[in-house]
Design a protein around this ligand. Structure first.
Ligand SMILES: Nc1ncnc2c1ncn2[C@@H]1O[C@H](COP(=O)(O)OP(=O)(O)OP(=O)(O)O)[C@@H](O)[C@H]1O
Ligand SMILES: [Mg+2]
Length: 396
């Protein structure tokens, strides 16, 4: 970036800081005319969704119900014109017909590689600003091996790993010199998992190195993608949500000094559980996930928040993520992954989501979280992205 461009961006940020009330008034005004599209995962079996149905290296889910929760929340917040659309081949036509000003991406994609990046990539092409990660960030976060290389480059701790590549790596990964270099004689236990996955699907614990080859083949057959082998980190497991510095609570907008980290949780595994059982199989309850007590464990609380902030800042992330972190037996923290599209389901009786658990303690509701994500993105669009945000700037 040129020095001039840097100076312009710093200036734009400085101009917006301290203008929280103005931002809220702008959003309220924007909501009267804004035509907002909430995009969920398209279904490739539906007529007209794709030209040819192919494979899903990432296990598919529509996320339509959560898109409905997000839309209902935005409606309660005052946005008058909202429609839901599937992320598929017709997205451009649909957005054009709806005359959308802005999209909110809540999709893991339809099919093919890097599917989480397809909706933001199309929106970039269409010229429609959006709430969500840019295509490159979405793809990096959803490609665990690429994300881990970014962590390594930034000096953020993550378990040692090897990426098994079809057509390149030997059937038995142990024979690969890169594997030997990565693990330096370590013989297990390991975790083997898809590079793009969700809900612990196909994440497998492997006790010894001689058991790796078969498990790798099995995951490759299911995903047709690279396969990740990591050192098993066997201690406590945690989740931390991180988002941009603009938040909404008590009817006001606040601007924090750094990324907003919240819902710092421990996910409790059973004695015999090596891998946290998917939420799809065992719902989240107070027993399985609970907040870290900052008074009882101040150092742990601070370290987790710091780690999530480092991920957010070092990787240039711009909107909500949920970092999954695990400790070794000595308590050292290792980043497992950062989810680009953490579950945003609206909490109800007996159900919640990992990012929402910590909101009540902060005096925030689900609608405050949705407004925070929205306002933070609008703030970035208006202050740093004049040119791509003209459609929404004209509404205020
Ligand atoms: N290197 C590791 N060491 C120990 N446990 C691990 C490791 N990698 C993954 N796990 C376990 O497997 C679970 C799932 O792994 P990970 O978070 O990478 O995949 P995911 O399927 O994307 O999960 P999510 O449910 O968060 O979408 C973790 O919550 C953790 O319990
Ligand atoms: Mg995870």
């Amino acid at each position: 970036m040129s020095a001039l461009r840097k100076a312009e961006e710093a200036d734009a940020l400085a101009r917006r800081s301290g203008r929280e009330d103005e931002l809220l008034a702008q959003i309220e005004k924007m909501f009267r005319r804004l035509r907002l599209a909430v995009v969920f995962g398209g279904d490739k079996s539906r007529e007209g969704a794709v030209i040819e149905s192919t494979t899903n290296p990432r296990s598919w889910k529509s996320y339509e119900k959560v898109a409905q929760d997000i839309a209902a929340s935005l409606q309660r917040l005052g946005c008058r014109h909202i429609e839901l659309f599937p992320d598929d081949m017709r997205l451009g036509e649909n957005l054009k017909a709806f005359d959308a000003h802005l999209a909110w991406v809540n999709s893991g994609g339809v099919q093919g590689h890097c599917s989480v990046a397809h909706a933001p990539a199309m929106l970039e092409l269409f010229g429609i600003p959006y709430v969500g990660h840019d295509p490159m960030t979405a793809a990096i976060l959803d490609s665990k091996h690429v994300f881990k290389r970014q962590l390594q480059a930034a000096g953020i701790p993550t378990a040692e790993f090897f990426v098994w590549q079809p057509g390149v790596s030997p059937r038995d990964p142990v024979r690969d010199s890169t594997f030997q270099h990565a693990f330096m004689g370590y013989r297990g236990p390991f975790i083997v998992k898809p590079t793009s996955g969700r809900a612990s699907l196909n994440v497998t614990y492997v006790e010894r190195a001689d058991g790796l080859a078969d498990v790798v083949q099995n995951i490759y057959k299911l995903t047709r993608n690279h396969v990740l082998i990591e050192r098993f980190i066997g201690g406590r497991e945690f989740c931390v949500a991180a988002a941009g510095p603009v938040i909404h609570r008590h009817g006001k907008i606040e601007r924090l000094d750094g990324p907003f980290t919240f819902s710092l949780l421990e996910r409790r595994l059973d004695e015999s559980e090596k891998v946290f059982t998917s939420m799809d199989v065992k719902p989240i309850t107070g027993e399985r996930a609970f907040e870290i007590d900052a008074e009882a464990e101040p150092q742990l609380h601070a370290n987790l928040a710091k780690l999530a902030q480092r991920i957010f800042l070092e990787l240039g992330i711009e909107t909500l993520i949920r970092a999954d972190i695990r400790a070794d037996d000595a308590g050292n923290l290792y980043v497992l992954e950062a989810n680009p599209k953490p579950d945003l389901k609206m909490p109800g009786p007996g159900v919640t989501s990992l990012v929402c658990i910590g909101l009540p303690k902060l005096g925030m509701t689900y609608d405050d979280l949705i407004m925070s994500v929205f306002a933070d993105r609008v703030d970035v669009l208006l202050s740093e992205r004049r040119g791509v945000a003209d459609r929404i700037a004209r509404l205020i």
